[in-house]
Design a protein around this ligand. Structure first.
Ligand SMILES: [Mg+2]
Length: 368
């Protein structure tokens, strides 16, 4: 079975009750990009990629679109297998993991649909069908964040991520302390400065909150800064933004520089490399989340299928942008968080079938 058509769609995702605020600033609306593959047997597959604004990582939605426009034509006529499609992209460009991710997700969706199995089955099989999620609060005052955290714990979230960084660390310390006073041990707490904290501030946070059990995710901009402070910390450190490819994962794991990961599918290049990461992390018993930077039902379904194949005791949670997005692509229901948990979509492929009318006419089409 070969790919006969490739369609690219652009779509805006306004942040519900926005903005969503991280250490480098607020985001009000995200530009997502969707890929629809059609095969010569009429099977379709959907992929999606959505960088969370231009400042989160050195990748922008406009760049993703440009790259997909460059490589789309080269996918027409290629066998619908992960390896054949990867080779077809390798023959055209170096890198481009975010664009590759949307294509890789679409290939898995189409393959699953053609074989009558779920994407989770293609990735090794689901360990569980109801997965824990976690809630990311954004940056705010101690009182506001503690109230939000309590609301989310009462909804059933087992893990709360407090955004931090980009301000006086005393405010982050006060916020963490207020959240811990409010929710106690009812949820696991993670603090995420998104690279926006100095090493010295991260050390102060850890030292002044020795009594609070929390994980610190990607406090500083570079692996070198994190490697310097980690032996001096009282708390585990997870790497997110610095985990830019599998070579970096091998270094972080092999050199023992990390206690866990925030794993984003598109940063690694799709479900195939994400499953390789999953297996490397499992060898050293390093827990990790399973998520992507942002996105609608397609990204969310991909995250849940991937997360279902992570051994449950290794899974820190599946984060979705769904609580920040109005509506769904699939008119019969998409992926949603209920009671702080997510049910694995049923049906072949991703188990989500978007209504193409949601996205309007394709921005680019190849083949057909
Ligand atoms: Mg993070």
């Amino acid at each position: 079975m070969r790919i006969s058509e490739v369609h690219i769609y652009h779509h805006d995702l306004p942040v519900k009750n926005g903005p969503y605020t991280m250490s480098h600033g607020p985001v009000w609306s995200l530009e997502t990009t969707l890929v629809r593959l059609v095969t010569d047997q009429g099977v379709e597959g959907w992929g999606e990629v959505c960088p969370i604004g231009p400042l989160y990582a050195p990748v922008q939605a406009s760049g993703v679109r440009a790259l997909l426009n460059d490589i789309g034509a080269g996918l027409v006529g290629v066998d619908l297998t992960v390896n054949a499609v990867s080779a077809a992209i390798d023959a055209q460009v170096e890198g481009g993991t975010y664009a590759r991710s949307a294509i890789d997700i679409a290939v898995h969706d189409a393959l699953g649909r053609s074989l009558g199995v779920s994407v989770a089955t293609l990735l090794g099989g689901a360990y569980q069908t109801r997965l824990p999620s976690y809630y990311a609060t954004g940056i705010g005052t101690p009182e506001d964040i503690a109230k939000l955290a309590l609301d989310k714990v009462n909804e059933g979230y087992p893990r709360i991520q407090i955004k931090a960084g980009g301000r006086d660390v005393a405010e982050d310390i006060a916020t963490l302390r207020k959240v811990y006073e409010t929710v106690g041990h009812r949820a696991r707490i993670l603090v995420d400065p998104n690279r926006g904290m100095s090493g010295n501030d991260a050390l102060r946070l850890s030292r002044e909150c020795q009594d609070i059990p929390f994980v610190l995710e990607q406090p500083c901009n570079t692996i070198e800064e994190i490697a310097r402070i980690r032996p001096l910390m009282n708390h585990p450190i997870h790497i997110d933004e610095s985990m830019v490819d599998l070579n970096t994962v091998l270094r972080l794991v092999g050199d023992g520089l990390v206690d866990g990961f925030g794993m984003k599918i598109s940063r690694l290049g799709g479900l195939r490399p994400a499953s390789t990461f999953r297996d490397i992390a499992a060898v050293r018993r390093l827990a990790h989340s399973c998520e992507d930077s942002w996105g609608g039902d397609i990204v969310n379904a991909a995250c849940v299928h991937m997360g279902a194949t992570v051994r449950p005791h290794m899974l820190e949670g599946v984060w979705l942008a769904q609580p920040y997005i109005d509506g769904h692509y699939d008119p019969n229901g998409g992926v949603r968080i209920e009671g702080g948990h997510i049910t694995l979509p049923e049906g072949p492929g991703l188990g989500v079938t978007p209504d193409p009318n949601v996205f309007g006419v394709p921005a680019a089409s190849f083949g057909g």
